[in-house]
Design a protein around this ligand. Structure first.
Ligand code: PLP
Length: 421
């Protein structure tokens, strides 16, 4: 098989994956003399030519600071930057673009809510409801806020398939609950949480609902406002966009009522020595020179994903995961983690293999050109719940193929052999 080529696919996909792979220059790379099999998409995805070109074009033709210059380049950069917000908003179903705040990624978006809302409003005795599934990005900011405000953290637990114990909600949601902040999709297990249902209950209890969409925006056809939440955080680099750009969608009235997060240029209306008034949303939350090229690149990624079709991307990943799960079950001593019903999970497959340390597995696989993730996946409390120190994780995206699943399975068989199983 030549680098970047695809074998006959035993999965039925609505995507023309062979053609799509042509858009991703990095997929023609070799690793240790083998075609790269990139299965670490939950950590970060690869970038299509369209995104790379948009960033290069921006720096070659339109680069200048935005919203400040009265010259042609600044006007062009400002137009591209403002249009980028509309293009990304359109992908996510956001009609009021003022509700989309650029951030560095999901981590900064969650910190924005924790600090600008939580730090200012929470009082001793208030409760923040999280789950044991959360990425550290949706845990540590709330720990910091709880330590400073005296609020208390409560946690939804999971069943043996890594699904939230929704029966706990009725007891946990009380008049003390001020924030419910949950991941839409678990980065470690792939569990898709029923966010609409939970958001409805959180709102009925009078709590603010925050969704960590880092793993749902890239993979599910999410219409953000219709989730019924107040906030939704996402990262560009996990959805074919560049690093250093992502966003926070927030309900207009909630964003307008909030104090700023960072202070500086661009977020103000008028500044005196002792005090300032602030710009309307979203600028109020976007202090300093923004990541213009990042926004332009993410907009190109949004167009790319929209062009392929969000439903088609999901159908492709579901077919691939079904095939991967079927093939991985052939491997003796391999234990799959996460929901057994594949309609309850996204493109993440986490597993352990006998007592081989996941880091050893990942190293052996890397020697064969297969990139997977091994470790705690920034979910140390979840690993503790599952009774494992770490797992191996293969995560798929729109350019992955069944031939790559086969390469993963073959490499795992060889790894087993190396360890004498
Ligand atoms: N939340 C989840 C579920 C994630 O998977 C990640 C990244 O892996 C994050 C938050 C943090 O995203 P970022 O590092 O892009 O800010």
């Amino acid at each position: 098989m030549t680098a970047g080529a695809v074998a006959a696919a035993p999965v039925t996909s609505p995507l023309d994956v062979e053609r799509i792979r042509e858009d991703f220059p990095i997929l023609r790379e070799t690793v240790n003399g083998r075609p790269i099999v990139y299965l670490d998409n939950a950590a970060s995805t690869q970038k299509p030519r369209q995104v790379i070109d948009a960033i290069v074009r921006h720096y070659e033709r339109d680069n200048a600071n935005v919203h400040r210059g009265i010259h042609e380049l600044s006007n062009r950069a400002t137009d591209a930057y403002d249009a980028a917000r509309q293009r990304v908003a359109a992908l996510l179903g956001i009609t009021d673009t003022a509700e989309l705040v650029w951030t560095r990624g999901a981590t900064e978006a969650l910190n924005l809510v924790a600090y600008a809302w939580g730090m200012n409003r929470l009082r001793p005795g208030d409760e923040i409801l999280l789950s044991v599934l959360e990425h550290h990005s949706n845990l540590v900011p709330w720990q910091l806020v709880a330590q400073r405000t005296g609020a208390r953290l409560r946690f939804l637990e999971i069943d043996d398939q890594g699904r939230l114990e929704l029966s706990m909600l009725d007891d946990l949601l009380t008049e003390r609950t001020k924030i419910v902040s949950l991941t839409h999709v678990s980065n470690a297990l792939g569990t898709v949480n029923p966010i609409r249902e939970i958001a409805a209950k959180a709102k009925a209890a009078g709590a603010l609902m925050v969704v960590d969409g880092a793993q749902s925006a890239p993979h599910l056809p999410v219409d953000v406002p219709s989730l019924g939440a107040d906030f939704y955080a996402f990262s560009g680099h996990k959805m074919c966009g560049p690093t250093g750009i992502g966003g926070l969608w927030g309900r207009r009235d909630v964003l307008e009522a909030m104090a700023p997060f960072h202070g500086g240029g661009d977020m103000i209306e008028w500044v005196e020595l002792e005090s300032s008034t602030y710009a309307p949303i979203p600028a109020k939350f976007e202090a300093g020179t923004p990541n213009v090229a990042g926004a332009v690149g993410l907009a190109a990624a949004a167009d790319y994903l929209g062009g392929l079709g969000r439903d088609a991307i999901l159908a492709h990943e579901r077919a691939l995961v079904a095939y991967a799960v079927q093939r991985l079950r052939e491997i003796p001593d391999l234990q799959l983690l996460g929901p057994r019903d594949l309609s309850e999970r996204s493109g993440v497959v986490s597993f352990t293999l006998a007592d081989i340390h996941p880091h050893d597995l990942a190293t052996i696989l890397d020697n064969e050109g297969v990139a997977i993730r091994a470790g705690h996946h920034c979910t140390q409390p979840l690993m503790k719940c599952l009774g494992v120190g770490s797992t191996a994780r293969a995560s798929f995206y729109l350019y992955n193929t069944s031939a790559e699943v086969d390469a993963l399975v073959d490499a795992l068989h060889r790894a087993r052999g190396l360890f004498g199983y």
